[in-house]
Each structure stands twice: as C-alpha cells, then as structure tokens.
Design a protein around this ligand. Structure first.
Ligand code: NAD
Length: 919
C-alpha cells in the first residue's frame, strides 16, 4: 500500500471505531485511536482485541505498526486532520439518541482550521447542523464537519468495511469531504456524495426500512398463523423477487444460529414410526432422503450462516409443545440444520435432575414459578430463578383391542427367505390343500422332489414351506411358523397386549439375547435364583400361550427362562428393536404409539426387574426408584413416564466397581406414587397405598409445579458452561417453535432475533394487522397529499380544471387496479373540480372504472386550460414533454410531479411552479 495515505484519528474504539481503524490501516493510513476507557487502550496497546469480530484481530495485528492507541485526543490532533467519531449513541429512555459522548468529543476539540470531525456514530438528522452551530458559538468555526454514516454489521464487520454496499459522504463543501472520499477510494464502492442532512437521513431511513421489512414479515407471519399459510414459504417466495430481496425477511425462522448439542434426544415420528433419537442420529437418518438447501440465496432466506447445512426433510415430525395446550403433540419439522461449532455450550439442569445442552444464544421458554405465563430468554440469560416447562402426558394413540402384529417383518429382520420358513396351518387347511386338483398343486409344489412326493410330505407332516403357502394362497398368518433349525414354533401374528409389554419390560430389566452357532437366536431372562419364581412363571406362561416352548433353567446364580427361535429373535431385536445386553437396551419404537395400559404394563415389568419402592424414614412417604446403565433406555423411560403423566427426577452416578454411569429415576410425592402404583409389585400395593394415605398433609414433591392442566414447570438448579467443539444441530417447527427433549424439557427452537416475533406469535388471536394498516394508511394519505398541494396553490378546487397525465398504476401497462388516479379523480370531482386526463394505453380500462373524466387525445390536449397538471404515471412521453408548450396551453401554472420523475429545472424554466413529493 502507498505510504502517502492520509493519516486519520478515530475517537472511540468500539465495534465501529476499531473496524474503521483497522480497515484504514490496512489501506495504508496511520491511524491514531483515542478512547476514554484507559483499560481498553491498555489492552489494545498490548495487542489484545477487546471485542470479538471475525478477522479483526488478524487485521489489527497485520497493521500494528500503523495503529496507535491513546487516551489523549491531542495525539490524534497532532498527527491527523480527519477525526472519525465512533463513540456510542445509545437510545435514552425517551427513545432519543444519547449524544452526550458526541458532545464530549466536540468539547474536547480545540478551535482549529486544520481539523474536521467525520461523524460515524449514528445521530439524529439535524445533528450535523446543530454541531456546526455549536462550533460557531464556541469560536470553532474553522472545524470541518462530514457526515459519514456506518452500515457495518457485527459479525461480518471486517468484510463490510472492505466491501461496502455504498459509502455515504455528506458535507457542506470544503476540503474534508473530498479527503474522506479519497480515503474510501481504494474500496471502489458506490459513493453517495450529498449534503449532511441527507447523509444522516440515509442511515436513519435505512434502519427504519429494515425495521419495517422485519415488522412487515412479522406481521405476515402473524397472518400466516391465522390462515394456515407457512411464512417460510411465503418469505422464500417473496425474497426471490429481486425487488424485495431475501434479506430481512426472516420472521419466526432463522435457525442456524442457536443450536442443540448433538447427543440431546427427542421423540421423532417418521413414516408412521416413532423413535427416540439424538439430533446426530436424526441428521444421519434424514439426510439421504432429504432435499438439501444449496443456493446461497435460499440459505440466506432461511437466515442460515454459510457454514450451516440445511435439510428440508421430506417427512419428519418431532414432539413439540404448543403454548396454552396441556399436552405435547407431534408437529412437522420444516428444516433441520447442522453447523460446525467451537465455543461454549450451556448445560441447563433442573432441580428434577433433567438437563439439556444448547448454545448460549439458544432461546428457552421460561416461567416465573408462580403461574403458567411464559416468556423467552436466551440460555446465557437464564438464572436459577427461572422455571422451564416439562412436557406433560401425551394423548395415547390407543391400539385396537386385541390388535395383532403379523410376523412378516420379523421374518425379514431375521434374514430368512420364504423357503426357510416352515408353516404349520390348521389341520383342515392342509387336508384341503393336498386334495386340490393336480394342475393346481403343480403350480404350488415346485420343489425338485416333484409334485406327488411333495404332496405326500405335506400330508404326512402337516407342514409346508412359506413360499408354497403363499403360492397356495393359504391364510398363513393364522398358522404356526418355524424354521428348519430346531427352534420354537410361533403364531404368524403376535398380540400386542399388556402381557407382551410386561414380558418386554422384564426383558429390558433382566434380559439379553445371543446368537447361537446354528443361526438361531436365544432370548434369555435371568431372574433371582429363588425370590422371583412368579416372574419365571409369568414369562414361561406368556410364551406357552403363544404356542412357544420357553425353557426354565436353574443356574447357580440365577433362574433363567430361554426362548430359542430365529423368528422370535427377528421380532425381538429387529422389529421391536430391543437391545442385546443391558448396555444397549432401549424402548421399542412401537411403545410411543401405544395406549396408557400398555405403557404401564411395560413400566411395571421394568420396575419388577430393576426397580424398587421404599418408605422414606419408615413412612408415611414412599418413593419409587429404578436404575439402568443404558443411556438410551434412561432417556426413553423418562419420556415414557412423562407420557403417562409422571414427573420423575433423574440422577446420574457411578457405582464403585462399574465402568459406566448408572441413571437413577425417582418418583416421589404422594400423588405421583399413587398414580404410579402399578410400578409396585401387586402384592405390596395395598400396603404402600395405606401408608401414603396416613399422610396428614400432602407435601408437594419438590422441584416442580403445575398450574391447571398446563405442563409442569421445573426450576433451574444449575447452569454449567463447557467448551464444545463439533457439530451442533437445530430444527424448526413452524407452528409451535418449540421442541420437547426426551427428558421432557421444552425449549424454543428459533434464533434470538426472532424472540420478539415469537412473543407476538405466542397466544395471539384475532390479530390486528397494525403495520399493514399503517402502510395502507400511509399510501392513502400520500394520495390525499396531492389534493393538499393543489389546494395550497389554487385555494378551493371548485370550478378549477385539473389535468392528469397518466392513469395507469405504473408505466407500460394498462392495469388500473389500485391506480392512484382512481382515488384522485374521485376526490377532485367531489371537490367540484373538472378533470381531464390522458394515458397512452390505459384509457379504455379507465373508462370502465371512472366517470367524470374528460379523456384527452394527447398530453397537450389534456393540459389545455388546466389550472394545474398532475403527473400520475411516469410514461416516457410525459418526461419528454415540451414544457414551454405545456405552459402556453395551461390556464394556470402549477405542476405537481406525483412520481418525482420530471426535471424540475425544465418545468421551472417554462415559468411553471414545480412541486414534487418530498423534495
Ligand atoms: P461501542 O460502545 O462498541 O464503542 C464506543 C466506544 O466509544 C467505547 O469504547 C467508549 O469507551 C468510547 N467512548 C465513549 N465516549 C468517548 C469519548 N468521549 N472519547 C473517546 N471515546 C469515547 O459502540 P459501537 O457499536 O462501535 O457504535 C458506535 C457508533 O456507531 C454508535 O453511534 C452506533 O449507533 C454506530 N453504529 C454501530 C454499528 C454496530 O453494528 N455496532 C453499526 C453502525 C453504526
């Protein structure tokens, strides 16, 4: 870089000041930075960067020799002519900007003819003028003043400096404005060189517009909610129109900021199957069949950073909670995101021992513990005074009484072909089959032994192969099935009743599966050698009822029940998805769609195996406890208890000899224990209930509160921060904006900028669309303003003749819908004026819609004898009008340029009065 670059001073070394300093140093200037914060200056001198801004540290380091830091403004004054002011101008309580820091800087600068202030701080329009007045009053008239507003966005400030969308320089003449332009010249950005007030206004109007855009899409979001439209689709559709642009159209969306840690689990429903899975697993499973959102434009429309991957899952629902509803429900996930992360993760723990880890900017739904009113706070704002919602019971999807599950998928899961499965149909069916005509049997028994021999086999043994049964169209689901290996036979369907779920519960607590050398599967329940005879009996009886032989074997340390069958193995591990050992146990996916009765049956089996009940200090309070070493099972049981309306606490600990954490779930409080009484072995139930009934005063279980039918609220007990490097995940549920973690903790799923929108979205009904009302009102007022302008020049309009140039709502169309000429001509007629008009193409349309207009055949014909002319549509031929001719045709001399499209000088040169809109 050239060394001849102008040195500058920067007053205020915050985001704007430091980035400006680093940027100009990069371009070759020596930069003299001043701040009143001595500690900050000290750190900057030591090479530390007090703020986090990507790329800033490197840029400052690269240019260290050109950067000078001081607390004394004299250092800057001595070395530089231009003093960039970048001090804070925060809003005051009244909403005005607090300009005290700006005034402090102005006061600190002595009179000088050689210096100029370059205002980077955002100041109200008019500040430049008033500061120049202050200069005058203090004998500092020689100071130059330039308005050079800043548009950088934190997070991309360095890039924004180097590649600005535009540079705005406002001054009132003099050397300083040119010097600032010269400084920015190497960036080759579009330059808006204007007066001070306009430059100030560019910044304020830009901010207002962006705010309007956001409010606008937020209002659209509110209306979408009312109408069932999807605001993301709407915003995407809108944003792809380049007149609108995708940026700042992110209402209620914009994930990709705050995220969940990868191992957090949620309940997911896909293709009719419910599974408890981690975010990481969800990504893996959903990715292959999902649409990936690729284009930068679309990514931006989704509010995602460029390192964020976004999937649009084709079918994915998660358990979510709609505020004001008592029960959680499944809602579709619109997008799933993943991004690399290296930073702090906050683990939010509740008194009930639940926890959930999110990034610090993740929004949480919080309550105050006194009502079910909720608010939103970011994770880093949470305190142990906050309460978080725990999702309550989920309405059970009751299966039909006596529903049976066909074993087809178990056969597949066991890796068996139809030829390997042997079918034993009821006797009459076999008799019927072997008596069928030979031609028919030939098509069924394609076995190499030949049709006659095969018919004989089947008749003798009463059994055939599944492929034969299928070809014979036999109702094989009603038969017993087995395999050639000497395993057990089982019915073609299994009843999904409570007795099955009890046995599954006992298996989750006490069971394991092993694969034998001959290919069969051994499913084994190991009970206490003497104390659990009733459970041994229960399992044996269950299988016997299904026609399956289960062997009970006494071993020195246990009493085992064993079922050996490839088919049942396929059902057990493949269809139900049960684990092979205590480390890998998990709840069957099917569980999530069953009724309460089945859920309680499974839980009671689990508790009989690994749970216990006890009296607290001998009574009258009782607690129910259960432990497991499987993380996935613990998550699932926690959620399952939530489903049946029990709030358990969770503790993780490691016993002395174990290498793996044990999860302990605990149910306490009289009401809870009563509700969960099925978890107490039948023979002890009445005792426990009588003991609890003795409690004179029921003590509410500590740690959570419930208001009405709403969710339970748990108090935050601890907030742990830890460093995390890896992928973090997020998802968006459009309707509720919440997701229920498997532990029941419910958080919001949006990013922080939408917090306000979210607040609005929550619980609004009969929505009043304020912004749009205002936009329409502003638009209407704009039309009336033309009338006001005419009246200003002509007085009362009765008897006056007004010429309208153009009628269509915009040039090059004949579309008259919403055209302002309709309102205008009606108002003029109502006021007693006569209206003439000319439009090159819209006349025909206009004739249908309005009366009271004299249609002219040319512009000059229209303006003939007019007191005033109004340009309504900026057709090219109007812009090229000869205003001398217009002036001589008119009776009066007023031209209102409703589009700011005419050349004011040309109009005025013809002796006419020119009036535009807002200029
Ligand atoms: P900031 O609070 O980060 O920095 C302001 C700095 O000015 C602080 O270091 C403070 O110690 C210093 N300061 C205060 N009074 C001083 C004085 N009398 N003399 C010297 N130093 C003084 O603020 P910021 O975010 O950099 O914003 C600065 C201005 O730029 C504001 O007007 C803001 O509205 C505007 N702006 C900010 C951004 C942005 O994204 N941060 C973008 C565009 C415009």
């Amino acid at each position: 870089m050239s060394t001849a670059r102008e040195p500058i001073g920067v007053i205020g070394t915050g985001y704007v000041g430091l980035v400006t300093a680093a940027g100009f140093a990069e371009l070759g200037s020596h930069v003299y930075c001043v701040d009143i914060d001595a500690a900050k200056i000290e750190r900057l001198r030591a090479g530390e960067v007090p703020i986090y801004e990507p790329g800033l540290e490197e840029m400052l380091a690269r240019n260290a020799e050109r950067l000078h830091f001081s607390t004394d403004i004299a250092d800057a004054l001595e070395n530089a002519r231009l003093l960039f002011v970048a001090v804070g101008t925060p809003p005051t309580y009244s909403g005005d900007a607090d300009l005290s820091a700006v005034h402090a800087v102005v006061n600190a600068i002595p009179a000088s003819d050689e210096h100029a202030l370059v205002m980077k701080s955002t100041v109200p329009c008019g500040t430049g003028a008033s500061l120049q007045r202050v200069f005058g009053e203090h004998g500092k008239d020689g100071l130059g003043y330039v308005s050079c507003p800043e548009f950088l966005k934190e997070g991309s400030a360095v890039a924004d400096f180097m590649k600005p969308d535009r540079v705005v320089v406002g001054d009132a003449g003099g050397w300083a404005g040119d010097a600032v332009v010269e400084l920015y010249a190497p960036l080759d950005a579009p330059l808006v060189r204007t007066d001070i007030a306009s430059a100030e206004m560019v910044k304020l109007a830009s901010n207002a517009f962006l705010a309007t855009k956001i409010s606008f899409i937020n209002e659209i979001a509110n209306v979408c909610e009312e109408t069932g439209a999807d605001v993301v689709e709407v915003a995407r559709g809108m944003g792809l129109d380049d007149r609108i642009g995708a940026k700042f159209l992110q209402a209620g969306i914009g994930f990709g900021g705050s995220c969940f840690a990868p191992t957090e689990t949620v309940l997911v429903r896909r293709y009719g199957r419910t599974t408890l899975m981690s975010f990481e697993q969800m990504w893996e499973r959903v990715e292959p069949s999902s649409e990936r959102i690729e284009s930068d434009e679309a990514l931006r429309a989704f509010g995602a950073g460029l390192d964020t991957e976004v999937l649009e899952p084709d079918e994915l629902e998660v358990l979510s909670w709609v505020r004001e509803e008592s029960e959680p429900r499944y809602l579709p996930v619109m997008a799933l995101t993943r991004r690399p992360y290296d930073g702090e993760i906050i683990e939010v723990r509740t008194k009930m021992g639940r926890s959930l880890r999110t990034t610090p900017d993740h929004p949480w739904v919080v309550g105050d513990g006194n009502s079910d009113a909720s608010d939103i706070k970011l994770a880093f704002e949470l305190t142990p005074q906050d309460w978080v919602p725990l999702a309550g019971p989920r309405p059970a999807r009751q299966l039909l009484e006596g529903a049976r599950y066909p074993l087809d998928s178990a056969i597949e899961a066991a890796g068996l072909s139809a030829e390997e499965v042997i079918v034993r149909p009821p006797h009459e069916l076999v008799a019927n089959l072997v008596a069928r005509p030979e031609a028919e049997r030939r098509a069924i028994f394609t076995h190499p032994r030949g049709v006659a021999a095969r018919t004989g086999d089947v008749k003798r043994s009463g059994a055939l192969r599944l492929d034969e049964a299928i070809r014979a169209d036999l109702p094989w689901h009603d038969s017993s099935l087995g395999t050639a290996k000497n395993g057990a036979y089982v019915q073609g369907t299994i009843a999904l009743d409570s007795s099955l779920w009890r046995v599954v519960g006992l298996y989750l607590a006490e069971g394991h599966t092993s694969r034998e050398a001959n290919g069969t599967t051994k499913i084994c329940w190991s009970f206490h050698p003497t104390g659990e005879q009733h459970l041994v009996d229960e399992v044996v009886r269950f299988w016997a009822l299904h026609g399956v032989r289960a062997r009970a074997r006494r071993a020195p340390t246990s009493y085992q029940v064993v079922v050996q069958s490839r088919l049942i193995g396929g059902f057990w591990n493949g269809v139900l998805g049960l684990g092979a050992s205590s480390y890998h146990q998990r709840l069957p996916d099917m569980m999530w769609d069953l009724g309460d009765r089945e859920k309680w049956a499974l839980l009671s089996g689990l508790w009989e195996g690994d749970g216990s009940w006890s009296l607290v200090n001998g009574g009258p309070s009782a607690v129910l406890e259960w432990g497991t070493i499987s993380d996935e099972l613990a998550d699932g049981v926690m959620r399952l208890l939530g489903d049946v309306g029990v709030v358990a606490s969770h503790r993780v600990g490691r016993t002395r000899l174990s290498t793996k954490d044990t999860h302990w779930l605990r149910i306490s409080g009289a009401k809870q224990v009563e509700r969960a009484i099925e978890l107490v072995p039948e023979r002890d139930r009445s005792g426990v209930l009588t003991t609890i009934a003795r409690q004179s005063k029921r003590i509410a279980p500590t740690g959570y509160r419930r208001f009405g039918d709403g969710p339970a609220w748990a108090r935050i007990s601890e907030l742990k921060r830890e460093r995390f490097t890896g992928h973090v995940y997020s998802l968006e549920v459009p309707y509720s904006h919440t997701v229920v973690s498997s532990g029941g903790l419910t958080t919001s799923n949006c990013f922080p900028k939408d917090v306000d929108a979210l607040k609005q979205l929550a619980g609004n009904s009969g929505y009043h669309f304020q912004l749009l009302t205002a936009v329409i009102e502003v638009n209407d007022l704009q039309k009336r303003r033309v009338i006001g302008k005419l009246q200003k020049h002509l007085g009362a309009l009765a008897g006056k003749r007004i010429a309208l140039l153009g009628l269509a709502f915009k040039p090059n169309t004949d579309d008259m819908r919403e055209a302002s000429s309709l309102v205008l001509s009606a108002r003029l007629n109502a006021d007693g004026a006569s209206v003439s008009a000319y439009d090159p193409v819209a006349e025909e349309q206009a004739r249908r819609l309005v009366s009271g207009i004299d249609f002219a055949f040319s512009p000059l014909d229209a303006v003939k004898d007019a007191d005033a002319v109004v340009l309504v549509t900026e057709w090219r031929e109007f812009l090229e009008l000869d205003f001398e001719k217009v002036a001589s045709a008119m009776r009066g001399n007023v031209v209102i340029d409703g589009r700011n499209a005419l050349d004011p000088a040309a109009v005025r040169a013809a002796g006419l009065i020119y009036e535009g809109i807002g200029r």
